[in-house]
Write a protein that binds this ligand. Sequence first.
Ligand SMILES: *Cc1c(COP(=O)(O)O)cnc(C)c1O
Ligand SMILES: [Zn+2]
Length: 419
Amino acid sequence: MTKIDNGYMQALKCRECGREYPLTANHVCEFDFGPLEVAYDYERIGRNLTRETAASRPQSMWRYRELLPVAKDPTVGLEVGYTPLVRADRLAKCLGIRELWIKNDAVNYPTLSFKDRVVSVALSRSKELGYETVACASTGNLANSVAANAAAAGLRAFVFIPADLEQGKVVNSLVYNPEVISIKGHYDEVNRLCAEIAGKYAWAFVNVNMRPYYAEGSKSMGFEIMEQLDWTVPRHTVVPMASGSLLTKIHKGYQEFIRLGLVESSPYCVHGAQATGCSPIAVAQKAGLDFFKPVKPDTIAKSLAIGTPADGFYALKVMKETGGSADDVSDDEIREGIRLLAECEGIFAETAGGVTVGVAKKLIANGSIPKDDSAVLCITGNGLKTLDAVAGHVGKAKEIRPSLREFEALLNNEEKINR
Ligand SMILES: *Cc1c(COP(=O)(O)O)cnc(C)c1O
Ligand SMILES: [Zn+2]
């Protein structure tokens, strides 16, 4: 990778009052408690980042590195991203839309979720800032990614999770041997404890004091979608929402490419998806409100179970600005969404993917996404990590003795049933 100096990042900037802060581990404005966001020198970026330079680089999220907040060469997660964008004709037919694409982060490297994007940025930046211990408050996938990437980078890691997480997600953290701290409480309580710990220990908490850098990693999902659609902005994008950060950052990514002239400006809508059992943002959007009301989560989509979403306010704003909608789906509709995606496209997504497919189906049916348009669904995690959610809902294997006679009896029987 070519050496690029520090000049693309300018400051941390308050989203509310615009005050600027140095590029340290800091996430909140001391005047109004507004969230800090990385500000860039777009003029310099524009001189260096062209379609051709990006396309000439290795196929990872770092091909857009001028727009990602590390000062020197990234050191963690060099292989992350550039996941497939799959044309999904069979699912399109099923959902009743002309053209459909799946952005498949269920196969992201190394831990099979979109969180590898945010973690590679957060840990690369943490190392630049001199941290030796990293940590996170997680609904599951973030813990997996911090644990794995910290192991590979030789960093000490603490991951904090709610005690009721899926076994698959817990084992997928433990295997890398970080400190896994299981909290008797829901995610919002885990997060509150982590904010306290971050105030006391000099650790890089990827989604607390490192949040401005961490969150920028999500933009790369949007960058890749545009490049993979031949440098255009998709007309509709459906994004699952936990804190709401991914949705706001996909929008920011689209805006940055438009601003830099890497894509032509065209109308687009960003839509949000939640589970009914934890739908503070979707409920507010449907009621036309600018603010959400916190909830206590109760859903199989545990990766999205954040009752007090940190970026909920900004996610609502993005949907309003782009003409996007939100909706939510029940646990049964989530399982149905997982099965539809698997049966139509051969992609096994976790519960969050079921949420995205289920909500897309609703938005197409109610006209929020017109049937003759084109849409991208963001599939953000892998079904192998949430087997419990669908086991018992996917039929059963047919058991026979190792005998041709028994097999043919079974086959005849099936054909009778199917006739
Ligand atoms: C974390 C996560 C999201 C969305 O997270 P945001 O907090 O809204 O950025 C979506 N899908 C999966 C599978 C996740 O783990
Ligand atoms: Zn401020």
